[in-house]
Design a protein around this ligand. Structure first.
Ligand SMILES: Cc1ncc(COP(=O)(O)O)c(C=O)c1O
Length: 428
């Protein structure tokens, strides 16, 4: 089978709205490597978009899935529940930040987790308002698109979006917004647009994912916590991309020492199986009446079994430490590239733990975004056998989501390919 033949069939059968970063059709994937249908090998620095922190097909995760399939695949928790759902909820209640009683409910996608966290916040507070940030990405359903703060390509043509959603500029020093300006804008919002007493929740990613791997300043997160507590607003933290050891802590919000009221998780929670979760203060989680939460597939037993194995693997293989080590290797390499005069296109190297990104610019004098160069680097890297993804409001950020189970040799091999791709793209 050829990639080109599959690309033709895909174009005929699947709408163009579903975009793929690469016309590379996967045949097999193990840990941090992928082989395509033509037998070409790739180092994988995308990890299924932050889904396989424990690597593709981790043997323990696969064994847990196989074991579950000896019993059943879907009795549906809303009909005849099962132990793995409860066990995983118990584990998440323990491992998430906040020294108070918690409860957890499972869904299938990240967007669904955010949708439901907003529902829970509204039913608990009896308030309608929801505040999110520019550059945020929370999903592709209507409420989550409403919260998303990046128009192209996510929001174009899909409105109107739900009402009572407000945006505040994200504190991103590299793009000229300070913490003080962002807090001032929130204050202005409370004076000009919505009474804080009508706001149910503020939703934030501790590191913006699709928005460009922008680390939310820790003092900003602490200020939000205080503002929320002062006004009776619930703080929802979106750990969908940042969770499960990606940032060198189990959850990125731990870097700021903040306990959210509700936390949304998905992606690496189940190492490749569709599962998402909302965990939060028990009394808040119990606000919705019986039947108010759920969904046919939410908390599927195969995915819950995978999730339990993922948590074991993170602990046993010390993936939090590995996240910091992998992040250091990538960051050191990018910073040393940035020292070269010929690589004035490296505008910024940033991240937390193993969640690292490089922002490409026309020149550091202006920091004008270089999205065409970014596209060229991603394409050249693929030619050289490296899968990477771009992101950022301006499409000029290359992000690294290396499986945390990857060896140092694989990380270095990938970085060699990236360097070669960058030099070739610049020379073209
Ligand atoms: C931070 C964040 N929130 C929410 C989502 C939406 O998750 P899903 O695509 O599973 O609906 C994503 C997906 O990329 C994400 O990165």
């Amino acid at each position: 089978m050829k990639n080109s033949e599959l690309a033709k069939r895909r174009d005929a059968a699947i709408p163009r709205g579903l975009a793929s970063a690469h016309a590379i059709y996967a045949k097999k994937a193990r840990n941090a490597e992928i082989w395509d249908v033509e037998g070409k090998r790739y180092v994988d620095f995308a990890g299924g978009i932050a889904v396989v922190n424990t690597g593709h097909m981790h043997p323990k995760v696969t064994a847990a899935v196989q074991n579950q399939l000896e019993g059943f695949s879907h009795p549906c928790v809303q009909v005849t529940p099962y132990e793995s759902y409860i066990a995983l909820a118990e584990r998440l209640n323990k491992v998430t930040p906040g020294n108070f009683p918690k409860k957890t409910v499972f869904f299938t996608t990240g967007a669904e987790a955010i949708e439901n966290a907003v529902k829970i916040a509204r039913v608990h507070t009896g308030r309608p308002g929801v505040i999110a940030f520019s550059g945020a990405f929370h999903g592709r359903t209507h409420m989550t698109l409403g919260l998303t703060g990046k128009v192209v390509p996510y929001k174009v043509g899909f409105g109107p979006f739900p009402s009572e959603v407000f945006h505040v500029p994200f504190p991103d020093a590299f793009h000229g917004v300070t913490v003080e300006q962002s807090l001032k804008a929130l204050d202005t919002l409370f004076k000009a647009d919505v009474d804080p007493a009508r706001v149910a929740t503020i939703v934030i990613e501790p590191v913006q994912g699709e928005g460009g791997f922008n680390v939310t300043p820790f003092d900003f997160l602490r200020s939000l916590r205080e503002i929320c507590t002062k006004h009776g607003i619930l703080l929802i933290v979106d750990e969908i991309q940042t969770g499960f050891a990606r940032t060198g802590k189990m959850f990125a919000i731990e870097h700021a020492g903040v306990a959210p009221d509700l936390m949304c998780m998905a992606k690496s929670l189940a190492g490749g199986y569709p599962l998402s979760a909302v965990t939060g203060r028990a009394e808040i989680m119990d606000a919705a009446a019986p039947g108010g939460l759920g969904g046919t597939y939410g908390g599927n037993p195969v995915a819950c079994s995978a999730g339990l194995a993922v948590l074991d693997v993170i602990e046993e293989e010390k993936l939090i430490d590995r996240s910091n080590e992998i992040g250091r290797i990538i960051t050191d390499r990018l910073n040393s590239l940035a020292q070269r005069n010929s690589l004035d296109c490296i505008g910024d190297v940033r991240g937390l733990g193993g969640m690292v990104a490089v922002e490409l610019v026309k020149t550091r004098k202006t920091n004008e975004p270089a999205p065409d160069l970014t596209k060229a680097v991603v394409a050249k890297a693929a030619e050289k056998g490296l899968i990477i993804l771009s992101c950022g409001v301006y499409g000029n950020v290359i992000r690294f989501l290396v499986p945390l189970t990857a060896s140092n040799d694989i990380v270095k091999e990938g970085m060699d390919k990236l360097e070669a791709a960058l030099l070739e793209a610049l020379a073209a």
